[in-house]
Design a protein around this ligand. Structure first.
Ligand code: HEC
Length: 233
């Protein structure tokens, strides 16, 4: 009997220690039992807030309005990039030149993000957990944000832009990029969504392409936008 008691106390202690140890991991476990979306989203934010930031105490505390300003600015930048891409792509599709559309992305995607970054004084990146261009490789932090977004989608939550100070103390915004029907001809199922000319070009230009087999509504990736610290880069 006493032995059983000692064992029970020991076991609960171990469970407690394990639970405490789990915390720094920041594993995302949304609780959807009867809570509304706002409450869940608030929890998700808190979860990301807990990330370790160097010199956190020295960073100015941002009001929700200031955070929103960073998010709005980031959305504008991402939308500008999207407009530049889709304008030209539309034209090439109308001219029935899908393989040229692909070449256009290949030749210009990084150039466009780089020039937009310069023009806006930010570090701008489009990344994914399944990459086409290995140069768009995510950081550990970006991977973590995408993991959270994907879990939100599995729970039927809509991922939303997120702003925080990153691990180096920079104001940093992430914007989810979702797969739409029109993306499938280059990112969908190679056997049914992607035309043969594009399949061929893809294997030529991106031999290690992982950005296929996406479905409408999947997370395709994120925009990751790093702002200067106190006006300095
Ligand atoms: C005409 C073909 C084409 C279409 C249509 C297309 N993409 Fe892409 N996408 C590409 C190519 C090519 C790249 C690689 C660009 C590079 O070399 O940086 C790419 C890269 C990306 C990346 C960067 C991450 C990575 O894997 O390298 C994201 C994010 C992305 N596409 C999202 C989308 C979304 C969202 C849509 C639909 C709204 C879309 N794409 C439609 C061809 C296309």
């Amino acid at each position: 009997m006493t032995r059983l008691k000692i064992f029970t106390v020991f076991a609960s202690l171990m469970l407690f220690v394990a639970a405490c140890n789990n915390q720094p991991n920041h594993k995302f476990q949304p609780d959807v039992s009867g809570k509304n979306q706002a409450e869940i989203n608030r929890k998700n934010d808190e979860h990301l807030e807990g990330d370790h930031v160097q010199n956190a105490a020295e960073l100015p505390v941002l009001t929700p309005e200031q955070k929103q300003q960073y998010i709005d600015r980031s959305k504008q930048i991402a939308q500008t990039a999207f407009k530049i891409f889709s304008g030209r792509l539309k034209q090439l599709f109308q001219e029935k030149k899908p393989e040229e559309a692909l070449e256009y992305c290949h030749a210009n995607a990084l150039k466009i993000t780089d020039s937009l970054a310069k023009a806006n004084g930010v570090v701008l990146k489009r990344t994914s957990y399944r990459l086409r261009n290995p140069k768009n490789k995510p950081t550990a932090q970006e991977e973590k944000v995408m993991e959270i977004y994907r879990k939100q989608i599995l729970k039927n939550l809509k991922p939303k832009p997120y702003m925080h100070y990153d691990e180096h103390g920079y104001p940093h915004v992430y914007i989810p990029i979702m797969v739409q029907q029109k993306c499938l001809m280059c990112h969908g199922d190679p056997n049914k969504d992607i035309p043969e000319v594009i399949n061929q070009k893809l294997s030529e230009l991106y031999p290690s392409d992982k950005a296929i087999f996406f479905k409408e509504g999947d997370l395709r990736g994120i925009w990751s936008i790093r702002f200067p610290k106190n006006g300095k880069k």
